[in-house]
Design a protein around this ligand. Sequence first.
Ligand code: CUA
Length: 352
Amino acid sequence: MLQRSVGLIITLILGMALAATGGQAGGHSLDILDSKASAYNQEVGHLLRWVLGFAAVVFVVVTGAMTYITLKFRRTGKETGEPAQFHGNDRLEVMWTIIPTIIVFIIFGLTANSMFKLDKPSPGAMTVDVKGWRYFWDYNYPEYGIRNSGELIVPVGKPLILNVTSGDVIHSYRITSMVGTQDAIPGLINHIRVTPEKVGDYYGQCAELCGPSHANMRFRVKVVPQEVFDKFIAEAKAYQAPIPTDPTLVKGEILFKANCAACHAIKGVSQGAPNYPDLTFFGSRTTVGSGMWENKSPYLENWIKNSPGVKPGSLMPAFPQLSDSDVKTIAAYLLSHKLEGLDFNFPNSQKY
Ligand code: CUA
């Protein structure tokens, strides 16, 4: 009993400390209760306060009763024979059944209320199809006919419906400090309804064990002002892959076509395959290796040269046959594919 109470105290203290401070990942604050990020977090925070309140009352009553009973009925040395034998206390038993039942129903009611509130259809919502593959996330904007891999770009203040599914095994989509987890299951579409309420750079993570690089199946969500998003859509829709004239980029395209094009799509250059990241606006991406590293030297070159070496289980093979200079040339070629006038690196904005 004592062990259990100590365990409960530690759990409560840890829970409260975690809720108060939030975790950290790569400079991103992972605060699941950041009430300004989304209505989802507000509801979760609201429910957590109720649950912690009830837990505190139960804790005080149970440990209080335990302390009282232990002291009152302790061995005094004056006992003679057996203590009084009796059946129990019916009134007490009814009370300790009814009160927890009422608490459970209150928590159920509050939770159902929050769920209905969050699941309300949002008129004018933008749909994004989200598909998990080992080990990256792929995004399609069906209303605009745009595909992007690795990073989700969305406008602030606009309701979103994310249709989450998987192309291979079960993954789980989690934008840590914005909205809770939704499983990505092959052949099934799960919905996340959320309205991002703060501009920023959000950390995301696969939340279902899916293979050796599960922990490395990360992503970024870029919540941008509406005008930046409109520019992104306009640029992406009109995007034409640049025709290389610079000798390095000419060589880069030849190397890309010979080594990468069978898997990776670049609109206007290669078809690729659906289960590999689209690289059409690769130069506008801020991360490489599905949110693992910043999209720059030497990470990009290390990634191209030996992907499974830096990310265990990566389905992209290593390219030991490519010289360092060839790898650099491919990297330069990939980076030349970018949306003009758009920069999704927000050096001064908050990272969530
Ligand atoms: Cu995908 Cu874990």
